[in-house]
Design a protein around this ligand. Structure first.
Ligand code: SAM
Length: 286
């Protein structure tokens, strides 16, 4: 990796630079300065980053480093650091290493004793949590759940057993599936869908699990965009009632038709009948 023509390059290190998550003016002046003064920028997608770098007049040479090439390119990055070069790592949006490439490279750079310097800024994770109105501590970040149905179910169940706020990333084509799963498994817990943060169609949807899928069903435009999903902590009572509801429902459903089982479980626990019915059958009651 060769040096660019900057006369005032930065001290040798790997600079991990946060990029905007939608609003380009969120790129900090320190980030611009670092991107301008490093020898090389390691970018997840050079075309995507090229647009924003042009916007801020940064012409530093870019080299692609994505999830597929990360491990393979680490040795070359280390060689550059050994030569005294400075490198910036950026991803398409937000902070590298947060559900984005970076961790493997950083691990290797640290192992070799080179400096890794954060240039903090936007991340969908902190942006969503900061406006959620849900407790930040304790909170647990799960990134993307598996795309496979049974693994997804298990991961979500495990996540729901943690105390505190739960934070997930989700793609638009799986958001309805996610909403339906939350309705079935997180009865009564507060849910925030943070959609398209910092963009024109930014929206914060605050619902209660049991109403999540309905919110998306009301308008198919709501499925578009990028989402962070936050689930509030189950209060001791609510968690208890949701656990009991599932248990009671299963016992009743052994002897009764779904509609009757859901009605009785609802009476016992206070969880709405339609949620319990959907939990049993996967369908909305006629
Ligand atoms: N590294 C990024 C960060 O720091 O937020 C996350 C990258 S991850 C590949 C992309 C996911 O982040 C999206 O699928 C979505 O869940 C979330 N995300 C990114 N930008 C977002 C935005 N503007 N609004 C809501 N969620 C966003």
């Amino acid at each position: 990796m060769s040096q660019n023509n900057q006369a005032t390059t930065l001290p040798s290190a790997l600079y991990v630079v946060a990029m905007p998550i939608g609003e380009w003016t969120d790129l900090s002046s320190r980030a611009i300065n670092v991107l301008d003064r490093v020898n090389v920028i390691l970018a997840e997608d050079t075309r995507v980053s090229g647009q924003i770098l042009k916007f801020v007049n940064v012409s530093t040479r870019m080299v692609s480093l994505n999830a597929h090439s990360e491990a393979g390119k680490a040795d070359r990055v280390i060689e550059s650091l050994e030569l005294g070069q400075s490198l910036a790592l950026i991803s398409d949006a937000g902070t590298p290493g947060i559900s984005d490439p970076g961790r493997l490279l950083i691990e290797k750079v640290v192992e070799k004793g080179f400096q890794v310097i954060p240039v903090p800024g936007p991340s969908a994770l902190t942006a969503a949590l900061s406006v959620s109105g849900l407790p930040a501590a304790p909170s647990h970040f799960f990134g993307f759940l598996s795309t496979k149905s049974s693994a997804r179910e298990q991961e979500l169940e495990r996540a729901l057993s943690y105390d505190g706020t739960l934070i997930f990333y989700e793609a638009p084509h799986r958001i309805v599936d996610f909403a339906e799963r939350l309705d079935r498994t997180a009865c009564g817990r507060k849910v925030v869908f943070a959609r398209e943060l910092t963009k024109i169609h930014e929206q914060l949807i605050r619902v209660v699990a049991g109403q999540c899928a309905d919110w998306f069903a009301d308008n198919s435009d709501r499925i578009r965009g990028e989402f962070v999903v936050l689930v509030g902590p189950g209060s001791a009572d609510r968690t208890q009632s949701s656990v009991d509801a599932t248990r009671i429902l299963r016992v009743l459903a052994r002897e009764l038709p779904p509609s009757k089982a859901a009605a009785l479980a609802s009476e016992f626990t206070g969880v709405p009948k339609r949620i319990l019915y959907r939990q049993l059958t996967g369908e909305t009651e006629a």
